[in-house]
Design a protein around this ligand. Sequence first.
Ligand code: ADP
Ligand code: MG
Length: 351
Amino acid sequence: MATVDLIDVKKRFGPAEVIRGISVAIENGEFIVIVGPSGCGKSTLLRMVAGLESVSDGEVRIDGARMNEKEPMDRDIAMVFQNYALYPHMTVRQNMGYSLKISGIPKADIARKVAQAADLLQLSDYLDRKPRQLSGGQRQRVAMGRAIVRQPKLFLFDEPLSNLDAKLRVQMRLEIRELQSKLGVTSLYVTHDQVEAMTMADRMIVMNGGVAEQIGTPLDVYERPETLFAAQFIGSPAMNVIEATTGNGQAVLANGAALTAPAAQAGPVTLGLRPEHLALDPDGPLVLEVSFAEPLGPNTLLHGRLAGSADAFTASLPGVHRLSQGRGQVRLNARPGDLHFFDPQTGRRLA
Ligand code: ADP
Ligand code: MG
């Protein structure tokens, strides 16, 4: 187990600054998810913790000790990648024991550690198979096993589930999370998938363009997004965003629709409304002209535009909702507490 501190960490590739000063203090045993769109710098940040990339500026500390100049093998970490990087010609047993073998650990100890890890991962019956004789989920578990046998201080995962189908991803993310809590090993987990981030993280680092937009628990970020980016990246379907003017306890949209708003705000704002926070209301101020509906079973998504507006807008209503024939319009309302306000210039949350 270990603590990890990133202190104003920066990374430059030539003139391009791809990590622009990230700071976070990670506690013993925490499961931290680094989430953001492709190219935002997630892997680079992880690789700096691993020692696979140099740190241009700032400091990486593990258990309080500066790591910047330490070789990867001296950092006591284990990394699990998307492509598993298993040796095809070796059995599961050999794959899992390989790093111990090259460290010169006695054979009997290797056998014991591999057996323990295999038991934990339900791989005991597959130890003599080659990777190609395994399912995707089993290969993923072997990659995990290889990390576990070394009993590292820190697990680093880089999109480990991207190659699996949707159903297996859901199962494996539970397995990884369960295993991590059982072992209590501090973990950094990279994904572009916001659902994975929401379901797995103790805390997440929402990244965009080399910057940490927000660091917090999944519910923190969902309920109080600090930036417009975090607001729209976390939550599915994405938060609706509309320009509005607030004052006198109202938020007035460009089309004149007025929502009841907390009194504190005054002036132009970017208003955020989560689809699932909209409710049918015959007197509601929002008129949604529905262009198509997606019945998902537990809820129904209505996609369209607000009357008098050109921007796409989505509402998620509980249960099965049938649009009244030929009208294609619903009236909606939102509770004042569910309105999010952002500065139209900076995109930062307004108090
Ligand atoms: P992510 O993992 O979030 O998709 P990466 O960390 O891989 O993003 O990349 C972040 C940015 O840094 C990208 O613009 C990428 O092109 C750039 N980059 C990554 N590695 C290198 C490198 N070795 N040399 C130059 N640019 C790089
Ligand atoms: Mg990456």
